[in-house]
Design a protein around this ligand. Structure first.
Ligand code: CA
Length: 233
């Protein structure tokens, strides 16, 4: 018998909870719903889900509080559901340890892709596949040993900094990384002065790897939040 991943939906709006639950059930997940924050916290500890989908606007508490409570004892993946325009909420959620977010309204395919990525990254960071020496997606290859990015087999001639940015994003392919996170990973915690250096580097990266830098296929901008690399092949 196949063991199904169990997903907890924390959402007070019954129609949205029902919509998500139907998508998950028909795609082989074992889905359950909590309608309040306190219910969610007790169900997470008693049912040990494999992933939580968390609406930030709950009747009894701010979803943000749930993230920090859950993170005090488990790394279980959390995907936040947020309204369009609440970029600061998304950044706060990610900084507190949410794995990703999805913006309302969203479709089934997008939700399932986010879940797949979050579960995979959590399992990989626990040990298995982290030593892979290259990442590929379509015509793009990131060669971690040679410190090169190739497009259709040709060296895209990235600078060291540009390579480090692409390598970092590709290690977390499919997940959004905040500007702050990227800055700290690459230039250390003392970095101040905003994201200008990152934006400049990204513009150069896109000129080198994207067919049309204005409509990127490999690295997407999540407005007000950060960047996300497309999932690998
Ligand atoms: Ca709500």
């Amino acid at each position: 018998m196949k063991i199904r991943d169990r997903i907890m939906i924390v959402e007070d709006e019954k129609s949205i909870a029902g919509f998500i639950k139907a998508i998950l059930s028909s795609n082989g997940y074992d889905a359950m719903v909590a309608q309040t924050g306190s219910e969610a916290l007790s169900m997470i500890s008693s049912h040990c889900p494999d992933l939580v989908i968390l609406d930030l606007g709950l009747p009894d508490m701010d979803g943000i509080q749930i993230i920090s409570k859950v993170r005090s004892w488990t790394q279980l993946p959390i995907i936040v559901v947020s309204a369009r325009g609440n970029e600061q909420d998304k950044v706060s959620a990610l900084e507190l340890g949410a794995d990703d977010y999805i913006t309302k309204p969203f479709g089934a395919a997008e939700l399932l892709a986010r879940i797949r990525v979050a579960i995979r990254h959590t399992r990989n960071s626990a040990g298995s596949l982290a030593d892979s020496s290259r990442f590929t997606s379509g015509e793009l290859t990131v060669d971690y040993d040679k410190h090169q990015v190739l497009i259709s087999g040709e060296n895209a001639k990235l600078t060291q900094n540009e390579f480090r940015i692409v390598a970092l994003l590709s290690r977390y392919a499919g997940k959004v990384l905040t500007y702050d996170y990227i800055m700290k990973e690459l230039w250390g915690p003392q970095t101040g002065g905003g994201n200008q250096i990152l934006r400049v580097n990204m513009a150069n990266i896109r000129r080198k790897i994207e067919l049309n830098p204005a409509e990127p296929q490999y690295i997407f901008t999540e407005v007000g939040v950060g960047y996300r690399m497309v999932e690998g092949d």
